[in-house]
Every structure is written in C-alpha cells, then in structure tokens.
Write a protein that binds this ligand. Structure first.
Ligand code: PGA
Length: 254
C-alpha cells in the first residue's frame, strides 16, 4: 500500500457468529494484542445484537466497531431491519455494505448498495463497500467488467468530498471462506483497476486517497504479502477475525 497517501485499515467481519457475552470475551482477549498498534486503523464489524457489548468492551482501545449491514430508509415499515441512525446512536463507526453473502442470499443489488452508501455517509457512518466476482465470472474473463459495474453503480451519487470516506473491499467470491486466497498479484490487479475507475469517476488525487481492502481467506500467514502491494490498503477478514489471531494480522509488520 502507499502509506504516503493512505492509512491501512484492517477490518474483521464476524458474520453470524458470537453472542454478546462471547463478543465481550473475544474483544477483551484481543485488546492487549492490539493496544500498541498505531500504523493501521482497526475495525470489528459485528452482528447487530453484539454492537452494544462490543462498543463497551472496545472502550479505551483503538478498535472501532462496525455493523455488517443496514437499511437505506430512515424508519418505517421494514420489519427486521436496522437504520443508520440506530447504528450511529450505539457508537458504530463503519458499516459493511453489499457483502457478497447479502447479494447472494438477500438479493442486494448494486442500486440498493448505492442507496445504502449514500445514507451511511449522510449519517456520518463510513461505508465498507464490498465488490467481487464469482468463480464463473473469473473463468469467463469478465472480472474487470463485473467489478467496474459494481463500483460505478454503487458510487454513482457519491460526491467528491465524500468518496474519501468510503472504503472499498475487493472480495473475490471464490476466495471467501474457502481457504483459497487470491494471489497477491491477482488481488493487486483488481485493486489497481478499482483505483483507476475511481480516478475516471473523480480525479487522480481523489483516487489516491481512497482505501481499497482485499478480503477472502486472508490470515496471519498471507497478510504481509497481500498488504505489500501498492493498491492494497488493508483487509476485510472473516474467519481469522473470530480468533485472537486477528492480532497477528494487525501486527504482521512488527
Ligand atoms: P473470510 O471472509 O476471511 O472468512 O474468507 C471474508 C469476508 O467474507 O469478508
């Protein structure tokens, strides 16, 4: 990554794991491992029901708490949904938007992701917008088109002064939870294209300021190589963020 322009951001995505008591225990265990980390921002995105416990447990540390999803409406008849201001009031700083599991199981479209990104920004939450191709799309050599479309549609209404607050997570679907990490070169190639797309939509200087993460079976063993690439500014980590091992990823360069 280019530390001259951008601060690394390592985020965990707990998915549907951990009760509030388990969340508290895990954060307490991670805290000492993360206490001296200055070179990167650390975020743990947790289930809605864990947010209060996680915010409380992370107090006094450098860990920011994020959510894994939100609705794009402010309030109303959306049974089972959670709004941006509900998250904000609990102390949430980041929110994952358009994770491939939400796109796959809950039919989230690029347009819906775009609305969520807008509403998150309006409410002072920083979106982590996920994009990524399926195995078929990679095999059919349409990865770049697929991701370019996801970026252009989801970010079409984001103003130039806001885009720097958006984190983009490149997560090839075939690498998520499979133990099959993209090679550092594959990940770099796509992250560079994402930055190029942002430059086209805004300008070069703006694109240099936007942080792009890699996600998909990232762990303490492969983080260093991935993070050494010029356009990879951090990681979105699933499985490995459910263990104190997360501290090893965050401290890989010690
Ligand atoms: P993984 O998940 O690290 O377990 O592959 C990443 C993610 O889904 O964000």
């Amino acid at each position: 990554m280019n530390r001259r322009y951008r601060k690394t951001i390592i985020a965990g995505n707990w998915k549907m794991n951990k009760t509030p008591a388990e969340a508290k225990a895990l954060i307490e265990e991670m805290k000492p491992l993360l206490s001296k980390t200055k070179w990167c921002e650390m975020v743990l995105c947790v289930p809605f029901t864990d947010i209060q416990a996680a915010v409380k447990a992370a107090k006094g540390s450098k860990i920011a708490i994020g959510a894994e999803n939100m609705h794009f409406e402010k309030s109303g008849a959306f049974t089972g949904e959670i709004s941006a201001d509900m998250l904000k009031e609990l102390g949430v700083k980041y929110v994952i938007i358009g994770h491939s599991e939400r796109r796959q199981y809950f039919n989230e479209t690029d347009e819906a992701c775009g609305k969520k990104v807008q509403v998150a920004l309006e409410n002072g939450l920083r979106p982590i917008l996920c994009v990524g191709e399926s195995l078929t799309e990679r095999e059919q050599d349409v990865t770049m088109e697929v991701i370019r479309k996801q970026i252009k549609i989801a970010l079409q209404n984001v103003a130039v002064e806001d885009i720097k607050k958006v984190v983009i997570a490149y997560e090839p679907i075939w690498a998520i939870g499979t133990g099959k990490t993209a090679t550092a070169d594959q990940a770099q190639e796509v992250c560079a294209m994402i930055r190029h797309t942002i430059a086209e939509m805004y300008d070069e200087a703006t694109a240099e300021a936007v942080r792009i993460q890699y996600g998909g079976s990232m762990n303490a063993g492969n983080a260093a190589e991935l993070l050494s690439k010029p356009d990879i500014d951090g990681g979105l980590i699933g499985g490995a963020a459910l263990k104190p091992d997360f501290g090893k990823i965050v401290n890989y360069n010690k």
